[in-house]
Design a binder for this molecule. Structure first.
Ligand code: HEC
Length: 188
């Protein structure tokens, strides 16, 4: 939705120190994002502790795998939407903020969605068995991703297009680093 009159958008963007964004619902979304953001160190410290206990039942395992799939899909859509805006001549900061929130909300959840017993021997999944053969490396990659998601969220809150682009590129590298090793493409 882009119903904020241009003059109003310009005034608020001038205050934010960047002239080339469309505003849309940026202000509301900005409030949401900053309300959610916690100091980086605390949040990372609490979220990199991966869940290591296998689910008690197959049903629980399948639920985790489902949430994992939905969350990853959601992030895939969000990164596409952000990529589109960043390539456009007049990126819509409202769209970027909404999509960024999906990523920053899911990032800490990722730590509990890869317990042992949720691999391809249990059900349909793109998660490779290597995840549970090198848990330390996988955890490190997940931690990199969570940190990058947080830094990206902070850049989006700041509204600075240069920072947003840089942190989005960093974030994309952390998705790729994990996928290259630990994800097999699924056929739907
Ligand atoms: C720490 C590892 C890791 C990180 C980081 C990661 N992913 Fe994934 N991703 C996976 C794994 C493993 C799968 C397969 C999961 C499954 O099928 O259960 C997956 C699957 C996907 C899928 C396909 C849906 C599916 O379930 O097969 C998409 C889309 C996706 N990821 C997007 C992203 C995006 C975008 C990012 C970064 C913003 C990201 N992922 C970060 C490991 C990761």
């Amino acid at each position: 939705m882009r119903f904020v009159p241009i003059a109003a958008a310009c005034a608020c963007l001038a205050l934010a120190g960047c002239g080339d964004w469309k505003s849309g619902q940026a202000n509301n979304a900005a409030a949401n994002v900053s309300a959610d953001s916690r100091p980086a160190d605390t949040a990372v410290a609490t979220t990199v502790a991966m869940r290591t206990a296998a689910p008690a039942t197959k049903e629980e395992a399948l639920e985790i795998m489902h949430e994992r799939h939905e969350g990853m899909e959601g992030m895939g859509k969000a990164t596409k939407a952000i990529g589109r805006e960043l390539k456009s001549d007049s990126p819509d900061l409202g769209v970027i903020r909404e999509s960024a929130k999906k990523i920053t909300d899911f990032a800490p959840r990722s730590a509990v969605l890869f317990p042992p017993g949720t691999g391809p021997d249990v059900g349909k999944t793109g998660a490779k068995p290597e995840i549970w053969q090198s848990p330390q490396d996988f955890t490190a990659k997940d931690a990199d991703f969570q940190r990058a998601a947080q830094a990206f969220g902070a850049a989006v809150s700041s509204g600075d297009p240069t920072a947003i682009k840089a942190k989005f590129a960093d974030l994309g590298n952390t998705c790729k680093a994990c996928h290259d090793k630990y994800r097999s493409k699924m056929k739907h």
